[in-house]
Design a protein around this ligand. Structure first.
Ligand code: B16
Ligand code: MG
Length: 219
């Protein structure tokens, strides 16, 4: 029986995946590194520092900076990102998400958030949806990045629900892998090719209803 749905934030609840892309792209250009959307797929769900490491490696600059310099580069990206999210409003919720949160509440399905983003609390506040979440995992306290299952397992534990009764919703390859490693049912949102490992795939959040989730889960 479905007892909980655990959501990723960026790219599932709102399109901050695009803001992360814009902010990283700007930093990369300043460093003389060009990257495209295909490469960006590998950054989704990945922590800030790990994302920076991957961009530097792409540009052949893996050993060019000291740790302190890398911290400064990551901060720079984050400052740009924070400017982008400061203007967010409830209108930035992706299609169908608010209805889905309401439906899940009505059906007594618990709702969790498993975002790798240290800005998750700010984004949830800007979107004014904090009241729907039974738990929000603090990304700063998670030691292992997605695809490690830690963040999803932490959410399930905080909800006191067995992972086998949880559905995880993700837009990232690393996130889908994390859900499956947690022994949960993985729903991927987005590109079918990028998310082919998922147990069920929808192209957009507009397709995500309680009925669709329950039917996929019991199939
Ligand atoms: P921050 P999610 C992830 O959030 C993003 O997908 C990823 O692009 C970002 O680097 C990561 O959060 C860390 O975010 O720099 O704000 O701490 O998809 O797990 O909700
Ligand atoms: Mg995401």
């Amino acid at each position: 029986e479905l007892k909980a749905v655990i959501f990723d934030l960026d790219g599932v609840i709102t399109d901050t995946a695009e803001y992360h892309f814009i902010a990283w792209k700007q930093l990369a250009e300043e460093l003389g590194i060009t990257f495209d959307r295909a490469f960006n797929e590998q950054l989704k769900g990945v922590s800030r520092m790990e994302s920076l490491e991957r961009i530097l490696a792409l540009g052949g600059q893996a050993d060019r900076y000291t740790m302190a310099e890398k911290e400064a580069l990551a901060d720079k990206k984050n400052e740009h990102y924070k400017q982008l999210i400061a203007r967010m409003t409830p209108d930035d919720l992706l299609p169908g998400i608010l209805d889905l949160l309401r439906e899940l509440k009505r059906e007594n399905v618990k709702i969790g958030l498993a975002s790798a983003s240290k800005n998750a609390f700010t984004v949830i506040e800007r979107l004014q949806i904090g009241e729907y979440f039974d738990t929000i995992v603090d990304a700063a306290k998670v030691k292992n990045s997605k695809p490690h299952p830690e963040i999803f397992l932490t959410a399930a534990k905080q909800l006191q629900v067995d992972p086998s009764a949880c559905v995880g919703v993700e837009d990232a390859q690393a996130g889908v892998a994390a859900i499956q490693a947690a022994n949960m049912f993985a729903i991927g949102v987005g590109d079918e090719e990028a998310l082919k490992e998922a147990d069920y795939i929808v192209q957009t959040t507009a397709e995500l209803t309680y009925d669709v989730i329950v039917r996929a889960f019991h199939r």
